[in-house]
Design a binder for this molecule. Structure first.
Ligand code: ZN
Length: 390
């Protein structure tokens, strides 16, 4: 029994060590997402009268917007980088689904990093991992918009890549999604090159038709023109544009906030049709749709721009820790006539690293000397027992 007690005494420190490591890992890889996300709340709409509150909550749509997860592929992705980033995004998304329970989630493009050149086998593997990471209940709808990394920039884009993307995500390059009477227009912004390519022509034609139908519905009460009578009815609220490329802007120099572009990147002049849409394509979208709000991705940084004096555009930062230290998503409460947006940050990568480093340091500099001290004490006690005259 004495022997058992001794071996148990030797196992206890090991168990303590394992318990400590287990707790640190559990906190950094699991609990921290809850802790950080509990600070996020749905933004409230400004109401003229408290009585409106009940009506509004029923007609308000809770939407999450995220962008640029860039799931790594086989060519550029190191396996550990891939594993780590995907675990982080999966935990962040799953925690958000459980805690915030949005009705719709929009991903604004660049779901994959290598969709632009991946083989069909690599593509299938990317899609499988995406579906696992971004799984959700049937109460939430997940809608994905195409980005340049999914199908390539305009010069790399072809029918094959576009079709395989459309098939997986049930996406169309110009589509109207209406929920609770709120109109979202999904745009394939890679096809807005304006050079008359066959994909570009088809997308522009569809967008034009769509804008026509929307404008007819919005003007219907005032104007029953004959042309509009032939057009499919849509809900009459002003649409929200969702696309990957931002509308044309010179640079990010005007952007503010802790997750705006770093100062050394801010003044870099954007290349039209590469960093942002061309000036012409941007004007076309505004003229056609008169949107009340635009959300886009691609730059990986946050920004808020006002177009034509009253149309706000929000650049949604990247959702991946590979692209930034403080990823986030946008939470929107949207009604027929109003919207309110707020940002929910995910845990900072630095915080997680600091916790791991502190834990390792405490093991080396506190636990290990303590352990040594205990062993020394045990040894001297043992020696003392042995040398004691009987
Ligand atoms: Zn992009």
């Amino acid at each position: 029994q004495l022997r058992m007690l001794r071996s148990w005494k030797r196992v206890v420190p090991l168990l303590k060590l394992l318990g400590f490591v287990g707790w640190v890992v559990l906190f950094c890889e699991f609990l921290i997402y809850y802790l950080v996300m509990f600070q996020c709340t749905w933004p409230g709409l400004k109401l003229a009268h408290p009585r409106e509150k009940e009506e509004t909550s029923a007609s308000t749509l809770k939407v999450l917007f995220l962008s640029d997860p860039h799931l790594l592929g086989t060519v550029r992705g190191h396996w550990f980088d891939k594993l780590r980033r995907e675990w982080q995004m999966e935990r962040a998304f799953q925690t958000a689904m459980w805690y915030l329970q949005p009705e719709i989630v929009f991903i604004l493009g660049d779901v994959f990093d290598e969709g632009k050149w991946s083989t069909s086998q690599a593509w299938a593997d990317d899609v499988r991992r995406f579906q696992k990471m971004f799984r959700h209940s049937s109460n939430t709808e997940l809608i994905v918009v195409v980005g340049n990394h999914d199908i390539g920039f305009h010069y790399e884009m072809d029918q094959y890549k576009l079709r395989r993307f459309e098939k997986v995500f049930n996406f169309s390059s110009a589509e109207l999604v209406s929920r609770k009477g709120i109109n979202f227009v999904l745009v394939n912004s890679v096809a807005l090159e304006g050079d008359g390519c066959s994909i570009c022509l088809a997308v522009e034609e569809k967008l034009h038709h769509l804008s026509y139908a929307l404008n007819c519905s919005r003007q219907r009460q005032a104007d029953h023109s004959e042309k509009c009578s032939k057009v499919n009815k849509t809900p009459s609220s002003a649409p929200i544009l969702l696309q990957h490329f931002p509308l044309y802007r010179i640079s990010d120099s005007e952007c503010t906030g802790e997750d705006a572009a770093p100062s050394e990147e801010k003044n870099a002049i954007f290349k039209a049709k590469y960093d942002v849409l061309s000036h012409e394509a941007s004007q076309k979208l505004i003229w056609w749709f008169h949107p009340r709000l635009i959300l886009s991705g691609h730059t990986h940084n946050a920004c808020e721009v006002i177009h034509d004096r009253n149309i706000p555009e929000i650049s949604v930062p990247s959702f991946s820790w590979r692209n930034r230290n403080n990823p986030s998503f946008i939470m929107g409460s949207i009604s027929l006539t109003d919207f309110a947006l707020s940002k929910c940050f995910l845990p900072r990568e630095n915080t997680v690293l600091v916790i791991y480093c502190t834990a390792v340091a405490s093991l080396i500099f506190v636990q290990a000397p303590l352990q040594l001290f205990h062993q020394l004490l045990y040894f001297t006690h043992h020696l003392h027992q042995k040398l004691k005259p009987t």
